[in-house]
Design a protein around this ligand. Structure first.
Ligand SMILES: [Zn+2]
Ligand SMILES: [Zn+2]
Length: 496
């Protein structure tokens, strides 16, 4: 009783607040959404998987809802994500929607000890790796939405009205963490919705703040009128894809469930009226876009002598690297089988790109093994993390490598695989000499790359003969240990 009295009546934070006036605001039902969406703006959205965690099913969806009961949903825990969404506006700057997580120098959550204990997270990508961030639009000030603010200490924080002052049980425990996250930055900017519950934040129709009270009094969803298609960032007006698809509102994580119902219904109706809107709910990531017509991955490479070109358009490269037609000549299943990988082993795919080989490698090492999926491009790493998460491949770890260092731990792998990547490495002898440290005793290095005479692959000038590869790797300290003759367009060289 005393504890509950202590916990009750406490504001979320004592951080100062100011009222933020959006460029304009009106009632959401008075907005001509079809006209808005007919005029996409040069803003972009990138979804970031910041951490995996778990949530209580009864908090995430209202188990009293008849559809939840009909579906047989029960109390328990389920995997969810903590996400951040990167918004790039060519004039107004770079922003986040929700903050993901940030870590301290020891790689731990920036939080009080109790919060840390009560919050098991598997951190995938921290907010401080996302580059310069001007501001963070927070859906609401529940703790799992502010855990990345400390990674962007100078960014302006925008919330809905009354979020900082909201009184909730548990605030006494959480406030220290929230204050740590807010740090020394300027006042929280509370969006003024007095002109209407749909605010055109910048006044150019690019970013719409939608006040959707219910989950918390100041909850805000955002409609991003992006150049490559509008995206609705729902926040915790809906936590899960299941809840969205079944129109079932969040459960006891919400402060006012009845109020939240009408808000969720309105958001769903908006996307039904305008099906071109894609949706990101609060705690699941959107599915990966479908595969599209094939092309050879290399036809669009911009070779500048080495790995200098960047693959930062994931959708573009996903279409190319993952084209179903690639299977016919790349034969990923046959190749992986021929490598004789054993269950429980650790393998690394260096230059893994969109993660084309991951399902095959994961199957080979089994649940007890490990697949390190290394790429130098953060968006690829993020993509692979999401892909593995969605496919339930818990043994896959996507890692951000550097151009001169794949960042693998010493003696961490039984097999290092490099497909169509060798010719991108610039200082090869040094690179592969250093790479020996990552191999366990008896560990193998497998190079798969295009032959000089095949019609597939990069321009001939960028190709390397198997003899050159063997000579370079011998100089780097690797011993040739055979070759596999199973692919028509590529050689497969094995080294120990
Ligand atoms: Zn919440
Ligand atoms: Zn949440």
């Amino acid at each position: 009783m005393i504890l509950s009295m202590l916990l009750w009546g406490c504001a979320v934070t004592r951080h100062p607040t100011e009222t933020f006036a959006p460029a304009s605001a009106q009632d959401r039902d008075a907005v001509d959404w079809a006209a808005v969406l007919d005029n996409p703006t040069p803003i972009s959205v990138e979804h970031i998987l910041s951490a995996d965690t778990v949530g209580k099913t009864e908090g995430l969806v209202n188990l009293d809802h008849p559809d939840a009961q009909a579906a047989g949903l029960e109390k328990g825990e389920q995997p969810i994500v903590i996400a951040a969404h990167l918004l790039r506006h060519p004039e107004h700057g770079t922003f986040l929607f929700d903050s993901g997580v940030a870590t301290d120098a020891d790689g731990r959550l920036v939080a009080g000890g109790l919060v840390r204990k009560g919050f098991p997270v598997d951190i995938k990508r921290t907010t401080d790796t996302l580059g310069e961030i001007d501001g963070v639009f927070i859906s609401h000030m529940h703790i799992d939405h502010v855990l990345g603010l400390s990674g962007v200490p100078d960014a302006t924080v925008y919330t809905g009205p009354g979020e900082a002052a909201a009184k909730r049980g548990g605030n006494a425990l959480l406030r220290r963490t929230i204050d740590m996250q807010l740090g020394e930055r300027g006042p929280i900017q509370e969006i003024d919705f007095s002109g209407g519950n749909a605010a055109d934040v910048f006044g150019d129709g690019s970013l719409w703040a939608l006040h959707v009270p219910g989950h918390t009094p100041g909850s805000v969803a955002y409609l991003v009128n992006a150049a490559d298609g509008p995206v609705l960032l729902v926040g915790d007006a809906c936590h899960t894809t299941w809840g969205w698809e079944n129109s079932v509102e969040p459960g006891h994580y919400s402060s006012d469930i009845p109020q939240s119902v009408g808000q969720l219904d309105w958001l769903i109706a908006l996307t039904e009226a305008h099906p071109q809107i894609s949706v990101a709910v609060g705690h699941n990531l959107p599915p990966i876009a479908g595969e599209a017509p094939p092309a050879d991955a290399h036809t669009q490479h911009v070779h500048e002598g080495a790995m200098q070109h960047r693959f930062d358009d994931v959708e573009h490269w996903a279409q190319r690297f993952d084209a179903p037609e690639r299977d016919a000549w790349q034969k990923p299943a046959a190749l992986v089988e021929a490598l004789g990988i054993e269950e429980g082993q650790a393998v690394a795919d260096i230059g893994a790109g969109t993660g084309y080989f991951l399902p095959h490698l994961a199957a080979a090492v089994g649940a007890s093994g490990t697949v390190y999926a290394v790429d130098v491009e953060p968006s690829m790493v993020n993509h692979m993390t999401r892909r593995a998460h969605q496919a339930g491949l818990m043994q896959v770890q996507a890692l951000l490598g550097e151009f001169d260092d794949p960042k693998l731990a010493a003696e961490s792998t039984d097999l290092l695989l490099m497909v169509n990547t060798y010719h991108h490495v610039s200082e090869r002898v040094a690179y592969f000499s250093n790479l020996r440290a990552a191999a366990r005793p008896g560990g193998r290095l497998v190079i798969v790359d295009f032959t000089l005479d095949t019609e597939r692959g990069p321009p001939p000038a960028h190709r390397l003969s198997p003899e050159t590869v063997t000579a370079e790797l011998s100089e780097a300290g690797w011993t040739p240990a055979g070759a596999l003759d199973i692919l028509d367009d590529q050689y497969v060289l094995i080294f120990e």
